[in-house]
Design a protein around this ligand. Structure first.
Ligand SMILES: [Zn+2]
Length: 341
């Protein structure tokens, strides 16, 4: 190890992201900062207030919180969650969101980059790894934006507040742009003379940033690794999510005479559809429906007051996390079904 130190140092300078564990504390810290910013968004945006002005201040003594008292996670621990001037106790929820985002960003880094659980970059059947660390870091960034927005949306929804469209808009924009820049199977290689027969399982396909190609075999006007393919993949996911959520609203209107799927929920589902592509979106909507069924009776009991609205946004966000984490096992289930059917 130590005699190779100069090799590793030079290699690190050229390919810094090929040493993923070096970046783990950095990513954890980025998550804490993101959580701190998310706290500002959650407490202000549903009330229509600016996230830039005024600066963070104590709600009791109205003194601005100074820079050294506004360090994510650390300040809460050193001041034991109190205001330095008047000693008012801040909600532990702020600390919880910072710690959650830090852990989630670091966990996503392990999932996407360090452990590469989805085997992104392998040309199917985990034959060989080709994705570079810097490619995987881009994949992480793409997912981190969605993670940030969905966590915020779920928390705003759970607090019974509206989820502003302008909070969700970055996920929609990043989703479309990222899909166009990193079309399936990027960063995986498209194997030479890739015949793409229909009897391959999802697991046999190259695993890219985008989960699956929209259909197989791909037509000649929509080849793999083309920006058009990335765009079509994401738009089809969006269309499926939009159609299903509007249909759900119609169904609710007929049965319980209310439309619980808000415009925010539709935007949220669309963002997830853009990221997931249509196949994973179908699975996601099924998961979200089951979760909504579980949440609904639970919510009246654990909340201080009975829920006025169905937590549709929270269910969509939570289900998206589940599908994303369970994706390797979903591939396995699909392969098993295809073998026996
Ligand atoms: Zn104070």
């Amino acid at each position: 190890m130590w005699q190779d130190l100069d090799f590793h140092l030079i290699h690190f300078l050229y390919y810094p992201f090929n040493y993923p564990y070096v970046w783990l504390p950095v990513v954890f810290w980025l998550g804490a900062i993101a959580g701190s910013f998310l706290n500002v968004c959650i407490s202000r945006m549903p009330k229509g207030r600016s996230i830039l002005w005024p600066k963070s201040h104590c709600h009791n003594c109205y003194q601005p919180i100074r820079g050294k008292d506004n360090i994510p996670i650390v300040s809460f621990l050193t001041l034991l969650g109190r205001c330095r001037r008047c000693g008012l106790r801040f909600s532990a929820g702020y600390f919880g969101v910072e710690l959650f985002m830090a852990t989630a960003f670091a966990g996503l880094w392990l999932y996407d980059v360090a452990w590469n659980v989805r085997a992104i970059g392998s040309s199917g059947e985990r034959l060989y790894m080709q994705a570079r660390g810097s490619d995987l870091a881009c994949v992480w960034l793409y997912h981190a934006v969605l993670l940030f927005v969905l966590t915020g949306a779920a928390l705003m929804d759970w607090a019974d507040g509206p989820v502003p469209q302008r909070f969700l808009a970055p996920a929609l924009a990043t989703g479309i742009v990222g899909a166009t820049l990193g079309p399936w199977p990027w960063p995986g290689p498209l194997p030479p003379r890739y015949v793409n027969p229909a009897d391959l399982t999802w697991r046999d396909l190259p695993q890219g940033m985008q989960l699956l190609p929209p259909w197989r075999p791909l037509p000649s006007w929509l080849p793999g690794e083309s920006p058009e393919l990335g765009l079509v993949t994401s738009l089809l996911g969006a269309v499926v999510a939009l159609a299903a959520l509007y249909a759900a609203n119609g169904l609710f209107q007929l049965t319980i005479r209310s439309m619980p799927v808000s415009l925010s929920a539709i935007h949220c589902g669309t963002a997830i559809g853009i990221y997931f592509g249509w196949q994973a979106t179908v699975i996601h909507l099924l998961f979200a429906g089951v979760l909504l069924g579980l949440f609904f009776p639970l919510r009246g009991r654990i909340g201080r007051r009975p829920g006025r609205r169905l937590p549709v946004v929270a269910s969509l966000c939570f289900a998206a996390g589940l599908v994303f984490l369970a994706w390797p096992w979903i591939l396995w289930v699909e392969a098993t079904f295809r073998r026996y059917l």
